[in-house]
Design a protein around this ligand. Sequence first.
Ligand SMILES: NC(=O)c1ccc[n+]([C@@H]2O[C@H](COP(=O)([O-])OP(=O)(O)OC[C@H]3O[C@@H](n4cnc5c(N)ncnc54)[C@H](O)[C@@H]3O)[C@@H](O)[C@H]2O)c1
Ligand SMILES: O=c1ccn([C@@H]2O[C@H](COP(=O)(O)OP(=O)(O)O[C@H]3O[C@H](CO)[C@@H](O)[C@H](O)[C@H]3O)[C@@H](O)[C@H]2O)c(=O)[nH]1
Length: 333
Amino acid sequence: MAILVTGGAGYIGSHTVSELLDHGEEVIVLDNLEKGHREAVLAQTFIHGDVRDRELLDQIFRRYDVEAVVHFAAYSLVGDSMKDPLAYYDNNVAAAQILLTKMIEHGVKRIVFSSTAATYGEPRQIPIQETDATEPTNAYGETKLAIEKMMKWCEQAYGLRFISLRYFNAAGAHPDGHIGEDHDPETHLIPIVLQVALGQREALSIFGDDYPTEDGTCIRDYVHVMDLAQAHRLALEKLRETGKSGIYNLGSGTGFSVKQVVERAREITGHPIPTRVAPHRPGDPAVLIASSQKAREELGWRPQFEDLDTIITTAWAWHRSHPNGYRKEEMRG
Ligand SMILES: NC(=O)c1ccc[n+]([C@@H]2O[C@H](COP(=O)([O-])OP(=O)(O)OC[C@H]3O[C@@H](n4cnc5c(N)ncnc54)[C@H](O)[C@@H]3O)[C@@H](O)[C@H]2O)c1
Ligand SMILES: O=c1ccn([C@@H]2O[C@H](COP(=O)(O)OP(=O)(O)O[C@H]3O[C@H](CO)[C@@H](O)[C@H](O)[C@H]3O)[C@@H](O)[C@H]2O)c(=O)[nH]1
C-alpha cells in the first residue's frame, strides 16, 4: 500500500517524504513543479502533474494501491493571497474538492492535510488552542479553513477520515543537508535573513515596527520542518490505528519577534544583517503562538529540533551549501 503525497517536491512535502521513506513507507509524489523542485523528490515514483487533473487522478488511483493521501499541494503565501484571492480559491479549495471527490470515488478514505495558523486570524488568547475561534485575516487562511470544513462534511457523508495539521511557521532544513527551503521568489523571513547574510540581498525589510508587541515587530512561532515531517508520519499512524479524525496545531509554543530572529541570525552567521523598516504586509496578524499540547498527547508528537538556534543553524547550513537552492550546479556550470 502506498501513500500519495501531493506537493512532495515542495519544501515541507520533500522533508516529509524523506521521513516517510526512512520509516519504510512506499511513497508516490504528485507535483506540478510550479513551485517545487524535481531534485527535492526522494520518492521512487514521481508523477509530474496537477491535482486539479481529474483524469490523472483516476489513473493514479487505478494504477496504485493508495492507502492514504498527504495533501501539501497549495498556494501558501499570505501577502499573495490578498492580491489574488481567486487563484487561492482555485488551487486550494477547488483542487481539494477535486482530490476529495476522486479519493471517495476510488475508495481512498484517509487524508492528512496541510492547514495553517492563518485559519485563526488575530488570536483572542495566546497560546492558540484548536478550539479557539477561526476568523482568518487573509484569503489564504480562509481557503484552508474552507477545506477543513469540506473534509468535516465528507467525513459525515462518505466516511472520510482526516487529520488536519495547522502548522505555524515552518523553518529549518534537513540535518543531513541534502534538502532544504528553496522558494522563488523567497518571501519567508528566515531564508530572506540568511540571503542577506550570504550577501545576496542588501538588507531585510521589516514589515512594520509598530505592532502591539514589545519591540513592535510581529511575533511568530517557528517550528522545524523535520518536526512537522514527524507529525505527518504520526498522523498517518493515528488514522491507521484509530480511524479518528482531528485537527492539531503544530508549533514550538514559543514566539520570536522579527527583530529577535534577526538578532539570533546575526549571532549564528557572524554577519551584521542590516534591516530597514517597511510598511505592514496586508493580512499579517501581530502574534501567532501555538499550543501543541493536543498533538503531543494524541499523536505522541515529540519535536526534536525545538529551539530557534537549531532552526536557524540547519537553515544556514543548507543556504551556505546551496546558495542558489536546487539550481546550484546549473548556475555554477
Ligand atoms: N511554509 C510554511 O510555513 C507553512 C505553514 C503552514 C502551512 N503550510 C502549508 O504547507 C503546504 C506546503 O508548504 P510549503 O512551504 O512546502 O510550500 P511549497 O510551495 O514549497 O510546496 C507546495 C508544492 O505543491 C506543488 N503544487 C502546488 N499546487 C499544485 C497543484 N495544483 N498540483 C500539483 N502540485 C502543486 C508545488 O509545485 C510545490 O512543490 C502548503 O499547503 C502550505 O499552505 C506551509
Ligand atoms: O521580508 C520579510 C519577510 C517576513 N517578514 C515578517 O516575518 C514574519 C514571518 O513571515 P513569513 O516568513 O512570510 O511567514 P508568515 O507570513 O507568518 O506565513 C507562514 O506561516 C504561516 C503560519 O503561521 C503559514 O500559513 C504560511 O503558509 C507561511 O508562509 C511576518 O511577521 C512577516 O511580516 C518581514 O518582516 N520581512
